[in-house]
Write a protein that binds this ligand. Structure first.
Ligand SMILES: Cc1ncc(COP(=O)(O)O)c(C=O)c1O
Length: 367
């Protein structure tokens, strides 16, 4: 077994650990890009109903799949959807379907670490493409599709692209992705990971789901952990051609999504007010933080998600530890090869005010 090839995913700090270490009661967790809110309708469903905890959940939750299909549009139906224990599980199914020890996966530099972990588990060779190096571009350090293209070989079987991307927060227009996909060899599959898609202005651009009928090797993944506020329940989904979904289902355990996750996802999808409020809160938090970054002359990367990655330079460890002592947890990015940056998730107004106050104190700035 090639266990030396395997790398570990380091999650954001655990609340209990920080509480214990610094003897702080209230922790503000801005390290894992969670929604600070939960839909009241989901909470009511969980609190006010009797649940059949003794029974297995639906193995094929077709009602939820139909609701998802209707919600995403583009003439998708329930057979275009596969549900997963988080969208991470779908990424894993696709890696298992497409990669083995004689193949290569292309992963853009600074991508979500899970891509590398699951590709290594398949013993595939990992080829890292260069990031966008244009400092004046909103896509700075994001995906450079030309570099990805230049890395394609006869062994390439899978390309991972998050759009918008974590941790760079950058976004590539769909028209560019479309022409990129049109240039690929038949054997190459592509994942467009849209875990943060709902934070984009819906009128600005279409989802890559709109290209599924055009490209037979295209997979799109979506998450309920972000704008739908269900990270703890672990549920996400993949969208592709009916034929591809049938193949992915061969890797799925019969009961991979649980009862609460299935029902909560259904409720959250239909709770449009909650989703709109979450987006509004995110926009306000983002604008307020950008304003402060500008005042403090702090450079930041893309702003298309529910977090912002900002440049701290040599002081990044010191700032991280300073915030930790004040009970505010953000994400260091050394294992994303962005050691001079920190990533902060966008929380409630109160959480953001606490973060901004400490940032001002750390820099001893007058604003
Ligand atoms: C780019 C990206 N894709 C996928 C995921 C995983 O989401 P899920 O909770 O649905 O497994 C995350 C989580 O942070 C992410 O940042």
């Amino acid at each position: 077994m090639a266990s030396k090839n395997i790398i570990k995913y380091t999650p954001g700090f655990n609340i209990n650990d920080v509480q214990k270490k610094f003897n702080i009661k209230k922790i503000i967790k801005l390290s894992s890009n969670e929604n600070p809110f939960v839909s009241d309708k989901v909470t009511k469903y969980i609190n006010n109903n009797k649940h059949s905890l003794n029974l297995y959940p639906e193995s094929k939750p077709s009602k939820l799949q139909s609701i998802i299909a209707k919600n995403i549009g583009f003439k998708m139906n329930e057979n275009n959807i596969i549900l997963g224990n988080g969208s991470n599980e779908i990424l894993e199914f696709i890696a298992r379907l497409t990669l083995n020890s004689s193949t290569e996966a292309i992963i853009p530099k600074h991508s979500f670490l899970v891509y590398e972990i699951i590709s290594r588990l398949q013993n595939a060779k990992i080829i890292v493409s260069k990031p966008d190096s244009d400092k004046n571009s909103a896509n700075y350090l994001g995906v450079d599709l030309d570099s990805v293209k230049s890395k394609i070989s006869s062994k390439t079987r899978l390309i991972f692209l998050a759009n918008p991307a974590n941790p760079t927060g950058t976004y590539i227009k769909l028209s560019k992705i479309d022409s990129f996909l049109s240039s690929l060899p038949q054997k190459v599959s592509v994942i467009i990971d849209e875990a943060y898609y709902e934070y984009l202005d819906p009128k600005k651009d279409k989802s890559a789901i709109s290209l599924i009928k055009k490209y037979k090797n295209l997979f799109v993944t979506r998450s309920f952990s972000k704008i739908y506020g269900l990270a703890s329940l672990r549920i996400g989904y993949g969208i592709s051609s009916e034929k591809n979904i049938e193949k992915l289902k061969l890797y799925k355990q019969p009961f991979n999504t649980n009862l609460f996750a299935q029902k909560a996802a259904e409720i959250a999808l239909n709770d449009h007010d909650f989703v709109n409020e979450s987006k509004k809160n995110n926009d306000i938090a983002s604008a307020g933080l950008i304003q402060l970054f500008n005042k403090l002359s702090i450079k930041y990367l893309g702003t298309y998600c529910n977090f912002i990655t900002f440049e701290v330079g040599q002081n990044s460890k010191a700032l991280f530890e300073y915030l930790l002592k004040k009970g505010i947890v953000v994400r260091p990015l050394a294992n994303y090869k962005l050691s001079k940056y920190l990533r902060v998730s966008l929380g409630t107004v109160k959480e953001m005010n606490a973060f901004k106050k400490q940032l001002i104190l750390f820099y001893n700035a007058k604003v």
